[in-house]
Design a binder for this molecule. Structure first.
Ligand code: C6P
Length: 405
């Protein structure tokens, strides 16, 4: 059992009032809050060790390099990847997907080829593929979804064709909370030798991810949604695939030797880390992993599941509220509509009560188009949320309904 009140003490930002009310932070899918352990790790680095990595023989540079590389090992362990060489630090999920689009898929994409995504992807897992298809004359294919917000896999086998160059699909939908059956999807794609990228941005904060078990070819995530700083994330890629790929960006640190005639690229993973990286961010990410593992990821998942189940039961029982996304397997996210009220008004009234939720299309406009709605209000839970905060969510909805009666 987690001691949530003790855990909350680690998150200084949670202890404030907003509009005269105690802050209830339910916008964790957009960005999560950071524990003192992460904040201190970053501050300590800047106070004691700040220097560039992989460059200096001096002590500070060695310490910075050791801390940066120790974080890479933490990410490897966190995802159960085979080797540190398979972990590339990037700015976040968006950058990682663009890297794979340009460096892995683009060189092998021809006119008439296909890229397969799903209807519930975040724009970060749509637009880079669309751009690529335009560049190469390829076609973007889309796995449909059901009214519950689950992937409709009845035509999945036919959508995987000998022209499919990659399957790119979200582990957990940010707009609906659906946990997709990615292990089965990966296995099916692999039967046809189709590589698979999984967008894990909304999964890693909420569940154990075992990449050797999943066997996907690429997995991407952002640190800021898992209690680490913004501007840092990771790309996992199977070593043999990364070895074959050309670098995405050129510059310092990604080379072994440079002359005007020829450049020899660095080994993995540095080949993909051109320029000075976000060293403090990587160290913060390592601290966030330590923090989550210290509490036990299955414990965090269980508590969040309890919050989601309780919130879903209470909100389902209310008149005039519709939950968008009722998949059997969900994590963290509860999207809803209040009859007769635009979600933006819902968000504003919630804010007046100190409750932070996100309203809008959540960078998943095709999901909104599917449901014929402009936007939703979205509450998203982290392990530091409480049952009292679920009640604040319910009260917020009642308040909106009263005001708009
Ligand atoms: N979703 C949300 O409020 P970046 O911006 O690179 O850190 O993450 C992009 C991204 C990719 N995939 C999924 C499934 C996501 O949810 C996100 C970010 C935030 O839902 C901000 S739009």
């Amino acid at each position: 059992m987690l001691d949530i009140q003790a855990i909350r003490k680690d998150f200084p930002i949670l202890h404030q009032e907003v509009n005269g009310q105690p802050l209830v932070y339910l916008d964790n899918a957009a960005s999560s809050q950071k524990p003192v352990q992460v904040i201190d790790a970053i501050a300590d680095y800047y106070r004691k060790d700040n220097a560039n990595v992989h460059r200096g023989v001096h002590r500070l540079s060695q310490r910075a390099t050791d801390a940066y590389e120790a974080s890479r090992e933490k990410v490897r362990n966190f995802l159960n990847a085979k080797s540190d060489k398979e972990i590339v630090f990037v700015r976040g999920a968006t950058e990682a997907i663009n890297l794979i689009a340009q460096s892995f898929v683009r060189p092998q994409l021809n006119a008439g080829d296909e890229i397969l995504i799903s209807h519930m992807e975040h724009h970060a897992n749509i637009v880079p593929w669309q751009m690529l298809c335009e560049q190469a004359g390829a076609t973007l294919k889309v796995i449909p979804m059901t009214l519950e917000g689950e992937l409709d896999l009845s035509t999945f086998d036919e959508l995987l064709t000998d022209k499919t160059k990659i399957l790119a699909v979200g582990h957990v939908s940010n707009a609906l909370g659906t946990v997709n059956p990615i292990k089965e999807m990966i296995a099916k794609a692999h039967v046809k030798d189709i590589p698979v990228l999984i967008d894990g941005a909304q999964a890693v904060p909420h569940m154990t991810v075992d990449l050797q078990d999943l066997d996907c070819d690429f997995y991407v995530f952002s640190g800021h949604k898992m209690f680490a700083p913004t501007g840092i994330g990771a790309l996992y890629g199977k070593q043999d695939l990364l070895e074959e790929m050309p670098p995405w960006q050129g510059g310092g640190d990604m080379i072994l030797s440079v002359s005007f005639e020829h450049t020899q690229y660095n080994e993995l993973p540095y080949k993909f880390e051109a320029g000075t990286p976000h060293i403090a961010g990587a160290i913060g990410l390592g601290a966030a992993i330590d923090y989550m593992q210290g509490l036990g990821i299955s414990n965090l998942a269980k508590h969040e599941h309890d919050l989601l189940v309780a919130a879903t039961a209470k909100i389902s029982a209310m008149d005039g509220v519709r939950i968008i996304g009722t998949a059997k397997e969900k994590a963290s996210v509860l999207s809803f509509m209040i009859e007769g009220v635009h979600p933006h008004d819902v968000g504003t009234i919630f804010d007046q009560q100190g409750v932070a939720i996100r309203t809008g299309h959540h960078c998943a406009q095709p999901v909104m188009q599917f449901f014929g709605i402009p936007a939703t209000a979205r509450a998203s839970f982290a392990f530091y949320n409480t049952m009292e905060e679920v009640d604040a969510l319910v009260l917020g909805i009642k308040k909106v309904q009263e005001l708009f009666k």
